[in-house]
Design a protein around this ligand. Structure first.
Ligand code: NAD
Length: 493
């Protein structure tokens, strides 16, 4: 699947509540990032409609058999859901690609299969993790019983709409919860199809719902709803903090927050195969045009290797092809919106005004239509105080800092605010492990960068990058609450 005609992709502009599409009055124009064409309008769920969705979910949680079904049966429905998603790859990949920054090839070969496999991964947990029998005094029996929370409020970003939604929804459902998901208002449609397929797979109506709208109206109403027992969020650090405080104000609700990053790529001169490292670093800042939470945006390189490495990265940048998400061979997709492209340009300009040099890029690229494309950019001559080093750019902008020894490298690698991920490239295993221990980040990749399909490895940030984990056993357990039970065996004999 290499290309498609965007005009032929039909979207359902609606919410999905209680197993049905629910129409709403037009609220927001939704534009295609690739060419700026408005292709749909989006209803905005107000507090009343959010209430209806949460109440429906609560009713389904209480009255359907989802939470009480034998866990293996719950797993079976989720596996069937994964199969339906895989079989629907053409529709889903086009829905994902037309309105997001995901090139069709990537959507078909990565986003859709990754979504299905993530659901399958959590289906397998449904009957593998239970409670515990505690080591109490012998005349008592102590149990720690795992229960679903009830209704989970899930809020997703726009950069990988299907995959990010699945990381929230799959562990919550596998644990027996109901979910009300709010996708990003910039990429709202593909998750509706997921909800439709969930019904076909045998997941009861009302267990997985989608409400559309912006953060201020719909997102805020969702996290503040009294019947939302837990919130799981992926997005910016600023929104994460606002959600955390809304959760504190409305019931000390637990939260999982997957937030922004400013991840370092630390390269020592003894790294195995510097040319390969250069290609990896280029890929880690230009994949999805840098609109990736774990984008490796700060290159920290030993002085002796800097020139060769930067050269290799520039060569890899030149091989990229900017284009519409539906065009064949696109490897550099658009920025999500003109506003975001302007923001990227502003950070680059202010960093240059602070004394940085643009080694390559530093400007928009023209592609037919009104889409916003930004050239892969390298900024040298930066310091820890440069704006592009301090702030998440969320675009294809790489800063370069050099070091002369390990201590200096590790001091540069730590960031005052963020701690999402880091890459360390060296042939010296002890040094790699010292770096791993020193860097404050939720994930450290050694001699690679980026996730594999090993869903068992959790992801999540330290400091302003978040709280809790997506993926792995941890994300499943975070969707359960634990009830302590103590039975006096001397009684009732
Ligand atoms: P955003 O914070 O602007 O929006 C994320 C979601 O929150 C959207 O659905 C939005 O409508 C909603 N929202 C906004 N204000 C809200 C409020 N007050 N209450 C409730 N909901 C609200 O983020 P974005 O621009 O969509 O996504 C990009 C950000 O996401 C980047 O910072 C990126 O690093 C981060 N991200 C993190 C991870 C991770 O795993 N750590 C993964 C992907 C993206």
């Amino acid at each position: 699947m290499d290309s498609f005609d965007p005009a032929l992709v039909a979207v359902k502009s609606a919410h999905f509540i209680g197993g049905h599409y629910v129409a709403g009055a037009a609220g927001l124009d939704v534009a295609r990032p690739s060419d700026g064409v408005v292709y749909a309008d989006l209803p905005i769920a107000d507090a009343g409609l959010v209430d209806r969705a949460v109440e429906d979910a609560w009713r389904a949680f209480k009255t359907s058999d989802w939470a009480r079904r034998a866990p293996r049966e719950r797993a079976r429905a989720m596996r069937r859901w994964a199969e339906l998603i895989e079989a629907d790859v053409e529709t889903l990949a086009r829905l994902e690609s037309v309105g997001s920054t995901r090139p069709i090839r990537d959507a078909a070969l990565w986003d859709v299969p990754f979504t299905a496999e993530g659901i399958r991964f959590y289906a397998e947990y449904a009957d593998k993790v239970g409670g515990e029998v505690a080591a109490t005094r012998p005349d008592h029996l102590g149990m720690i019983v795992a229960e679903p929370y009830g209704v989970i409020g899930a809020i997703a970003p726009w950069n990988f709409p299907l995959v990010m939604a699945s990381w929230k929804v799959a562990p919550a459902l596998a644990a027996g919860n109901a979910v009300v998901l709010k996708p990003s208002e910039l990429t709202p449609f593909s998750t509706l199809r997921l909800a439709e397929l969930a019904i076909e797979a045998g997941i009861p109506p009302g267990i997985f719902n989608v409400v559309q709208g912006d953060g201020r109206t719909t997102g805020d109403a969702l996290v503040r709803h009294p019947k939302i027992a837990k919130v799981t969020f992926t997005g910016s650090s600023k929104t994460g903090a606002a959600i955390m405080s809304a959760c504190a104000e409305t019931g000390t609700k637990p939260v999982t927050l997957e937030l922004g990053g400013k991840s370092p790529q630390v390269v020592f001169a003894d790294a195995p195969d510097l040319d390969l490292v250069a290609r990896r670093i280029a890929g880690a800042i230009t994949g999805n045009a840098g609109q990736v939470c774990v984008a490796g945006s700060r290159l920290i390189v030993e002085r002796a290797a800097a020139a060769r490495l930067v050269d290799g990265i520039e060569t890899a940048f030149k091989a990229l092809k900017a284009g519409h998400t539906w065009a064949p061979g696109t490897t550099l997709p658009p920025i999500i919106s003109a506003v975001q492209a302007q923001r990227i340009g502003g950070i680059v300009a202010r960093t240059v005004a602070q004394g940085a040099q643009v080694a390559t890029g530093g400007a928009r690229i023209a592609v037919a239509g009104e889409g916003a494309f930004y050239a892969p950019t390298i900024l040298t001559g930066v310091t820890a105080d440069s704006e592009a080093v301090r702030e998440e750019v969320f675009g294809p902008v790489l800063t370069v800092q050099t070091f002369d020894d390990e201590d200096e490298a590790l001091a540069l690698a730590s960031h005052e605010k963020y701690g999402l991920a880091a890459g360390v490239h060296t042939s010296d295993l002890s040094r790699a492990l010292r770096a791993m221990r020193s860097i404050e980040a939720g994930t450290v990749w050694i001699n690679r960068y980026g996730r594999t399909s090993d869903f068992v490895i959790p992801t999540g940030g330290f400091k302003h990058s978040g709280l809790g984990k997506d993926l792995g056993r941890h994300a499943f357990e975070a969707n359960l609450r634990f009830k302590s039970v103590l039975i006096d065996l001397n009684q009732g004999a």
